[in-house]
Ligand binder design. Sequence first.
Ligand code: TXA
Ligand code: MG
Length: 339
Amino acid sequence: MIVPATDEAIRRTAERLRQGGIAAFPTETVYGLGADATQDQAVARVFAAKGRPQFNPLIVHVADAVAAARLVEWDARAEALTRAFWPGPLTLVRRRRADCPVSLLAGAGLDTLAVRAPAHAVARALLEAVGRPLAAPSANRSGAVSPTTAAHVQESLGDEVLVLDGGRCPVGIESTVLDLTGDAPTLLREGGLAREAIEACIGPLAGAALGEARPHAPGRLASHYAPRLALRLEAAAARADEALLAFGARVPPGAALTENLSPTGDLVEAAANFFFMLRALDRPGLAGIAAMPVPEHGLGRAINDRLRRAAAPRPTGEPSLPSAQAHATPGNRRYGADA
Ligand code: TXA
Ligand code: MG
């Protein structure tokens, strides 16, 4: 359903988002499909609407640098870049703050978060009316190109999704994604802000000076969350020294610790709980995590994708990491480029 982005429509859309609904809205780059970033279930609905078989980390949209610094760790480079280019088509990847209220699902379980302040008047009015950060990937079905008009969004996602129509997006390509988590700032995705503009502000980006190939394919990630404990898939029950990641009404007894993704078998609820519960079960002293089967449809496909990656063998000799820390495993090095 397409509605012109009047003040009244923005107010009503903000109310819907606060209640856990989703809505598409224009930014200066492309249309985004937004949800309250602090609500797991709302974020799960975004993944469901995109029909994505994997959980990719989403960009969290905020009004300004002050709002961003409440979510992620801040430093002089982040300050300089946001002074120069926000609001605008620059997304910064930073470490989450310990008290970050954003859903773990929005960040696909990572310890980092991508943040951006959009410049579009409708996006800014919506953020102000919602009063919370908005997680929003591009408002297209998985595998399709990013939409730059309200009609594109409707063609891609169907008529059920509410689209605030703010006309054609002026930039027309997605934001530039810059990883500021390490010592060397790294371009993860080329986009609406030129690399040269960033380099003029904070100096050369990793790989640029020597003319090397880009260290990361655009929009892709090198690592993501896997539990420290070994994961056993398709488990009928857990042993006494295992934690159980259950799904559905029948939960076999006997596990050292149990979390149920969804007692009613609701895949949106299961996705909303997934990263949180995996971390809750990843306790020292246990032999492993036994995961019950999750149906391979809807968001179940994305849950199973993450479970299989997390269960893949790790490099030998890898130091054991605190459970809340992201690290690469052989099966999970790459996300798809599309999000
Ligand atoms: O212009 C844009 O960026 C649009 C508008 C709606 O803001 N959004 C957008 O979102 O393109 P999406 O989800 O389609 O792309 C987000 C990109 C993906 O390539 C994702 O891998 C990357 O940002 N990303 C998100 N969180 C990340 C993180 N924690 N670390 C590394 N990359 C991340
Ligand atoms: Mg996208």
